[in-house]
Design a protein around this ligand. Structure first.
Ligand code: NAD
Length: 428
């Protein structure tokens, strides 16, 4: 890398981009509700895109320049809301697709936000903690003009966490005065909410519980396979094991996975990964190590992709996956063609912006608490999350049944209707 070179150029993609995945799914739902052409154009395209170059002083004195994005897809229903990810493959298309999903997610949950997403094309594992902090502060400086508690509120996503949010808060507040509501997913001691860290995994579990009851696949004792053992996958595994009595039989992370037909000892595995060790090196409980791709071959009741996008594809696993339900813990894990294949095979998919909406929902509670300077208990957070996500689930289930469409199309239709109504009421 030269002193002025750009870092982290994305490798060539082998799957459809995030943007094209979202576009084709959007059209199906827009046709279902007969959405006007002009409104399709407003809702399909982003409200505002910001791309910045982010120079960072590295520990050895060189300067590296990273490319960052903040894309505000739609703010008709409230301030834009969405995470920031640090990843070598984070690029414009991916961030745009994820920003759009946030618009549909906040609308489907009926919380007063629009949708946005941010990303920096970087491999954070190659940065020291100080380099990561400098990158975060510089990126925040460069996009802070479009941020704010009533404008656009970032949160954690892949490879960012509460500490990164604390740096964003500090940087933003140094210019605008102490503004805890400017960012969510903060540490609790800096105005974060109880229950935010586990919220996405908890929301996935609540949706699974509802689906289990409706479609006769009792969670207790059922076999669950999870790809990804980070924030979403890790908490989901813990909660399914501890609160739902499910058998988590296989999990994986970037380095590989472990499988045990009798059910993994999830607390022991979590203790192992909490010590910084990869899942695949876990020696415990009579399980066996598997390579990353093997996770898709294990017969199960519930298959939960909870790592990255574009992992269920026509070319790889859509025809061979052996489960009763796919639950999208990750954003955009299923390509549209794979989605159709699963539909043909009679494997239902609970879509990302329903299944993983617990995070942004509890972010909404965090924002509300910050604005009111009032603290909720953990029980209150969980209770409200359960009520909000269950209500959204029921709406999707009922519309899917009524119109004979997939959960994804029904969820999109509800979300599109709400955002379109807000646009119209604002005069568009
Ligand atoms: P994370 O960085 O905490 O964890 C990601 C996990 O995926 C890690 O265990 C990592 O090792 C694993 N992984 C990465 N590449 C992999 C690969 N090729 N094969 C197998 N495992 C791999 O991220 P997260 O916050 O848990 O997010 C996971 C997904 O959930 C993302 O799609 C994200 O957009 C989505 N999501 C997250 C939240 C949230 O609140 N964190 C909310 C909604 C959606």
């Amino acid at each position: 890398m030269t002193a002025t070179g750009r870092s982290g150029s994305a490798p060539a993609r082998t799957t459809m981009s995030g943007k094209s995945i979202v576009e084709s799914q959007f059209e199906r739902a827009a046709n279902l509700i007969g959405l006007d052409q002009y409104m399709r154009r407003i809702l399909m395209r982003p409200f505002r895109e910001v791309q910045v170059e982010v120079p960072v002083r590295m520990d050895d004195g060189r300067i590296e320049v990273f490319t960052g994005y903040r894309i505000q897809h739609n703010g008709a229903r409230g301030p834009c809301k969405g995470g920031i990810r640090y990843h070598p493959e984070a690029d414009h298309d991916e961030v745009l697709g994820l920003a759009a999903i946030m618009t549909w997610k906040t609308a489907l949950m009926d919380i007063p936000f629009g949708g946005a997403k941010g990303g920096v094309t970087v491999d954070p594992k190659k940065l020291s903690k100080l380099e990561l902090e400098r990158l975060t502060r510089r990126f925040t400086q460069r996009i802070s003009i479009v941020l704010g508690p009533y404008r656009d509120i970032p949160a954690p996503d892949v490879n960012t966490n509460a500490q990164v949010m604390a740096w964003i808060l500090d940087e933003f507040s140094s210019r605008h005065g102490y503004t805890p509501a400017a960012v969510t997913g903060k540490p609790v001691s800096l105005g974060g909410t109880l229950g935010r860290e586990e919220a996405t995994g908890r929301g996935v579990m609540y949706v699974m519980m509802e689906y289990a009851r409706d479609f006769g696949i009792p969670l207790k004792g059922s076999r669950v396979v999870i790809q990804g053992f980070g924030n979403v996958g890790g908490h989901l595994a813990r909660l399914l094991h501890a609160e739902a009595g499910a058998k988590v039989i296989a999990v994986s992370d970037v380095s590989g996975g472990v499988v045990n037909e009798k059910g993994l000892d999830v607390p022991a595995l979590l203790a192992h990964t909490a010590a910084g060790k990869p899942v695949v090196e876990w020696p415990g409980g009579g399980g066996r190590a598997i390579a990353n791709t093997e996770i898709w071959t294990i017969p199960c009741d519930w298959l939960v992709p909870a790592a990255l996008g574009g992992v269920i594809t026509r070319e790889t696993n859509a025809r061979t996956i052996d489960c009763k339900v796919v639950v999208e813990g990750a954003n955009e894990p299923t390509t549209p063609i794979a989605d159709l294949i699963l539909e043909e095979r009679g494997i239902p998919v609970i879509p990302d912006f329903l299944a993983n909406a617990g995070g942004v929902t509890v972010s909404y509670y965090e924002w509300s608490q910050n604005l009111q300077q009032y603290r909720w208990t953990h029980e209150q957070v969980n209770r409200e999350l359960h009520a909000t996500i269950t209500k959204a689930y029921v709406g999707v289930r009922d519309l899917a049944k009524q119109r004979g469409v997939t959960f994804r199309t029904a969820a999109y239709a509800i979300a599109l209707q709400r955002v379109a109504e807000a646009e119209r009421l604002r005069g568009n």
